[in-house]
Design a binder for this molecule. Structure first.
Ligand code: AMP
Length: 210
């Protein structure tokens, strides 16, 4: 299964990607997580990306394509993968096609903007392993600590409401056109956001027949 997850920031792509990844035993490639790790480690890619990520703008396509190409060449991707947050623009999707990066399905998780802005204020992210939680919808067992690795949970800088609005604008302008791109290739599957994580997972599984 080679899957792309589409949807606005905060639509639940990361959460669902982790669930599907366990279910299908295939890795998730999240360009956002890779960029945040690079920024934390002060690598050249991280230094290049920092200003874009922190202001809610998109990192240049060539940087992203380099990251994806490198990650997908690792052996664990041979049996399939879930792409979370990439492609984010038509040029990225075209570049991936040219490189022969295959996709079976582009799954779009549909959520209204107002729901997203509210939801993002409660999101908490592990500083160590990038797992995400939500103070109401998906609280960690121990407040402020990651269930998975015990790392410290923090609020992502780009989850501040002004930055979320900027990210949503970027999403509508740059990323939404990808729906038509994958629809034209017969690969688009849409699922509406449900009130709980479990119900959304069930809707996705039904839509993908898994
Ligand atoms: P995410 O964790 O997917 O919400 O990504 C966080 C931020 O990383 C985005 O707001 C962008 O600045 C950057 N980013 C992640 N993936 C991409 C991508 N495919 N293209 C451009 N920028 C990206």
């Amino acid at each position: 299964m080679k899957l792309i997850l589409l949807g606005a920031p905060g639509a639940g792509k990361g959460t669902q990607a982790e669930i599907l990844s366990n279910l299908l035993s295939i890795p998730t490639i999240s360009t956002g997580n890779i960029l945040r790790a690079a920024m934390k480690n002060g690598t050249p890619v991280g230094l290049q990306a920092k200003a874009y990520v922190e202001s809610g703008r998109l990192v240049p396509d060539d940087v992203i394509i380099g990251i994806v190409q490198e990650r997908l060449s690792e052996p664990d991707c041979a049996g399939g993968y879930i792409l979370d947050g990439v492609p984010r623009t038509i040029p990225q999707a075209e570049a991936m096609e040219k490189l022969g990066i295959d996709v079976d399905t582009a799954l779009s998780i549909e959520v209204e903007d107002e729901v997203i802005v509210k939801r993002m204020s409660g999101r908490r992210t592990c500083k160590n392993c990038s797992a995400t939680f939500h103070v109401v919808n998906n609280p960690p067992k121990k407040e402020g600590r990651c269930d998975r690795c015990g790392g410290e949970l923090s609020i992502r800088k780009d989850d501040a409401p002004e930055t979320v609005r900027a990210r949503l604008e970027t999403y509508h302008r740059e990323t939404e056109p990808l729906m038509a791109f994958y629809e034209a290739r017969g690969k688009l599957v849409k699922v509406n956001n449900r009130p709980t994580i479990e119900e959304t997972t069930a809707a996705i599984r039904a839509a993908l027949h898994i």
